[in-house]
Structure formats: structure tokens, C-alpha cells
Write a protein that binds this ligand. Structure first.
Ligand SMILES: [Zn+2]
Length: 142
């Protein structure tokens, strides 16, 4: 699907964010790690929020985390999401420390609970953009 055909909002990829998006396209969850104190920075930043160092390196994370919080959207705020209603938005507590917003996919919204273990999956939406999403590490037996 081209960017013109994909109607949902897309990230604006910049030189600062490109390693994150390149990693996602390669199936890797990458974030900045402070070279001075080791803090994993997210959102992406030019300065460490813990020690104010400007030195950073990009590292691969495990892709593992758990549901810190979530909500199920029933209200349509953007027409591009009409076919997805109702859909969940989860705040994922990553094993390495940061929290990120995403969706828990490949399950019913009712299957998502706070504390559920998650693993990252990567969903290509355009040739340039692959979105990191998450699935339950232990899906419920049906
Ligand atoms: Zn630091």
C-alpha cells in the first residue's frame, strides 16, 4: 500500500527518528540508549532525561513487555479507523523501562488485561513505515 492509499496518520520520519523506523521495518524494536548512564530514551530525544548527556547509541530491545494500561475506542475520531472500531490502544511497559503506546493485535479486545505479557510484532503499512504492535505472549485458549 502506498502512502497515498494508506489513510491513517503516518509518522514523519526525520534523521533523528529514522533508526527507530528502520529497525521496525527490519522487525527490531530499537531505541536510544544513553552512553553515559545507560538510560533507554523514549520518546526519541537529543538529550538524556536522566543525566542530560547528549551521547547516545541505538540498541535493539527485547520486544517484550506487559500491558500497563489500555482502553478500547468505540467512538470514531478519524474516518480512517472506521473498520477498526472497536479497537484497543495499550500503554505497553517495556522490559527495558520505557513505556510506549501501541495496539494489542491478533486477539479480541476482551482478552487484553493489565499485566498481560506481550511481545512485539511488526506490521508494514507502507513501503517506508512499519508499525510496532504487540500480541499476547500467552493467548487465551478458546
Ligand atoms: Zn543518561
Amino acid at each position: 500500500m502506498t502512502e497515498a492509499e494508506y489513510l491513517k496518520p503516518l509518522p514523519k520520519i526525520t534523521d533523528e527518528t529514522r533508526p527507530f523506523w528502520d529497525g521496525a521495518r527490519e522487525g527490531r524494536l530499537r531505541m536510544q540508549k544513553c552512553c553515559k548512564c545507560g538510560h533507554i530514551r523514549f520518546p526519541i530525544s537529543f538529550v538524556c532525561s536522566k543525566c542530560l548527556s547528549y551521547e547516545t547509541e541505538w540498541v535493539d530491545l527485547s520486544g517484550r513487555g506487559e500491558v500497563f494500561s489500555y482502553i478500547v475506542f468505540h467512538q470514531l475520531y478519524n474516518k480512517a479507523f472506521a473498520k477498526d472500531i472497536p479497537y484497543n490502544v495499550a500503554l505497553v511497559q517495556l522490559e527495558e523501562g520505557p513505556r510506549m503506546y501501541s495496539n494489542v493485535v491478533d486477539c479480541a479486545n476482551d482478552d487484553v488485561k493489565v499485566g498481560d505479557k506481550l511481545e512485539a510484532v511488526f506490521v508494514p503499512v507502507t513501503p517506508q513505515v512499519t508499525l510496532p504492535k504487540f500480541r499476547l505472549a500467552s493467548p487465551p485458549k478458546k
